[in-house]
Design a protein around this ligand. Structure first.
Ligand code: UDP
Ligand code: MG
Length: 320
């Protein structure tokens, strides 16, 4: 049993969220108050907002909220947009430094059910180091996102990264989890894979997803594809092995084809015209090679990014 004086930090990545950030913070402060009254978390629990280089008024609103609520609402601002994963990592490492016993990440649009936060805390008090929020369904997603997400989780599972489907970045991490995170210096860390892999005691809480109240999704086709590709190449080298296996099979296949060609030519004296076959094979293997090169390129890109060892993000301001 952990102490009821748990200091909870809630982290919220924000990118152009001027329409929702104020009401989100106020709703979450109410939720925190409710849990504080039940004596499950300490009065020093707080919210930490990460402005991921917003171009709108988000940061001004965060500053106003900080003035109004003091240390209950903290924040940091990136110098530019680095993407939601980097904002989450900055939040996790930021609150570790500021101080907390556990941290919960939630989206600025509050699509995730804030009432599940208390359940997360209960699981934490029962000994879990990671509590993952699992969506009950994907009703609020577009048709495209629903099916691409489904394919992504299926593919990740096939590749050996056993992330439960309908996983989200709505999760609780204990201080112990944050200490482990700090040891991982890789820039392209994919948090859903990471927290699943490190092997800490994990609990699951199911929650309902609400539609976004205001504003629009900050993800587009390209940022989602990039997130998915990063997730795959950061966590699995199976695609590289598949390429090697395809290579071996192709060589074996072409050996058989060579035997057939020789028999046709010297034994049967029946040299085939074979133009269609030739064109097909040319196009097929040309495409296959480019595809395989593309996969290798993705891994090379990962290595390129990691070898440069640039900072994950640069913070411009901090309100504590
Ligand atoms: N976000 C971010 N940086 C980005 C894109 C998104 O910090 O480059 C934040 C965004 O403000 C929100 C969360 O990530 O708090 C999830 O984004 P969104 O709700 O737009 O995604 P969706 O719900 O459509 O998956
Ligand atoms: Mg959303």
């Amino acid at each position: 049993m952990r102490s009821s004086k748990t200091k909870l930090a809630i982290i919220i990545p924000c990118y152009n969220e001027e329409l929702v950030v104020k009401s989100t913070v106020e709703t979450l402060l109410n939720v925190l108050d409710g849990i504080i009254k039940k004596d499950k978390i300490s009065k020093e629990s707080y919210i930490y907002l990460i402005d991921d280089g917003s171009k709108d008024n988000t940061w001004n609103i965060i500053e106003e909220l900080h003035k109004k609520y003091g240390s209950k609402v903290k924040g940091t601002k990136f110098i530019r947009n680095y993407g939601n994963q980097k904002a989450l990592i900055a939040g996790l490492l930021g609150v570790k430094e500021i101080g907390c016993d556990c941290v919960i990440s939630i989206d600025a649009d509050l699509q995730q059910d804030e009432n599940a936060i208390e359940k997360f805390i209960d699981e934490f008090h029962n000994g879990a180091d990671i509590v993952s929020g699992i969506r009950n369904d994907r009703k609020t997603d577009t048709f495209f996102k629903k099916y691409t997400a489904l394919c992504f989780y299926k593919l990740m599972n096939l590749l050996g990264v056993k992330i439960p489907p309908n996983h989200s970045d709505f999760r609780l991490v204990s201080y112990k989890g944050l200490e482990i995170l700090e040891k991982y210096s890789e820039a392209g860390l994919f948090l859903r894979g990471f927290f699943h892999e490190i092997g800490l005691k994990t609990a699951y809480v199911h929650f309902d997803v609400k539609p976004r109240a205001l504003g629009s999704s900050k993800f587009n086709f390209f940022s989602l594809t990039s997130l998915a590709l990063n997730g795959i190449t950061a966590f699995s080298i199976v695609p590289l092995r598949i390429i090697a296996v395809i290579g071996v099979l192709t060589v074996l296949g072409s050996g058989l084809l060579a035997i057939d060609v020789l028999i046709e030519k010297y034994l049967l004296h029946n040299t085939p015209s074979g133009w269609a076959t030739l064109v097909f094979l040319l196009a097929f293997f040309g495409g296959l090679q480019l595809f395989c090169l593309g996969i290798i390129g993705e891994y090379l890109g990962q290595i390129f990014n990691e070898v440069k060892a640039r900072p994950r993000y640069i913070k411009e301001q901090e309100l504590i």
